[in-house]
Design a protein around this ligand. Structure first.
Ligand code: AP5
Ligand code: MG
Length: 228
């Protein structure tokens, strides 16, 4: 990672708002590494380890993985990136922080390094739309690309347009788990946005439009916030 300017950008929003979809589109254009805690956990689930069993217990129900484990997994990943990817300008965090304790751990970790959050992009979508988006989602088992049966369909219903990998439905995209995940968002995640609003780093984007229009708005809102 570039030593002179490390940008920490957060993308936040309710489940299904399009955080992963938008992060995949904007991160490469801004020279940021897309780091999604959900993706880190899905990789751990695939590994069929003891850690995978522990994560599955929370993940499949739509519950949060305990903070200490989440923070350990995330910071180990960021440190590994910092060693390997010296050409990037920073990190786009997707799915972290999700509660007050995680927000504090991030503030503390950045303060220790003399760094700060450059921007927090809130992609907001009304709640009734979110269930439709999540129960129709398809994800590539190989490259992680995200589709929707109706709103962003792949050319073939079973394979990824980008890499030909098999598409699957996420185990936490059942109506029961989605309800639980949304409850957690409105109870624990939404309240931490005030903290970022007070710091003047919160950028609010209307996510209830075409995917490309949302991408254009995010790039525009970040143009003076992310240094190359
Ligand atoms: P995670 O993977 O982060 O899931 P999430 O927060 O539930 O968010 P989603 O990935 O479901 O939504 P998204 O906003 O990325 O939407 P997407 O772009 O895919 O977390 C999963 C689990 O991991 C958690 O429940 C927890 O167990 C654990 N975890 C993760 N982070 C944690 C943490 N920090 N602490 C503790 N536990 C943690 O889009 C959704 C669908 O909509 C797609 O089909 C897409 O094609 C479609 N779509 C996107 N944009 C549009 C648009 N503009 N119009 C129409 N359709 C659209
Ligand atoms: Mg996601």
């Amino acid at each position: 990672m570039a030593e002179h300017a490390v940008n920490y950008v957060i993308i936040v929003g309710p489940q299904g708002a399009g955080k992963g979809t938008q992060a995949a589109a904007v991160a490469p254009r801004l020279g940021l590494e897309h780091v999604a805690t959900g993706d880190l956990f899905r990789a751990i689930l695939k590994s069929e380890s003891e850690l995978g069993d522990e994560v599955r217990h929370y993940y499949d129900q739509g519950a949060l993985v305990p903070d200490d484990l989440t923070i350990r997994v995330l910071f180990a990943h960021i440190e590994q990136l910092q060693e390997e990817k010296r050409g990037t300008t920073g990190v786009l965090l997707d799915g972290f922080p999700r509660n007050a304790a995680q927000a504090k751990s991030l503030d503390d970790a950045l303060a220790e390094r003399g760094e700060a959050i450059s921007a927090v992009v809130l992609v907001d979508v009304p709640r009734p739309e979110l269930m439709k988006r999540l129960t129709g989602r398809l994800v590539c088992s190989n490259c992680g690309a995200t589709y929707h049966r109706e709103f962003n369909p792949p050319k073939s219903a079973e394979t990824c347009d980008q890499c030909g990998g098999e598409l699957f439905q996420r185990s936490d995209d059942t109506p029961e788990a989605v309800e639980k995940r949304l409850e957690i968002y409105y109870e624990q995640t939404e309240p931490i946005l005030e903290h970022y609003r007070e710091q003047g780093v919160l950028l609010e984007i209307d996510g209830n439009r075409e995917i490309d229009s949302v991408t254009a708005d995010i790039l525009d809102s970040l143009k003076d916030r992310v240094s190359a």
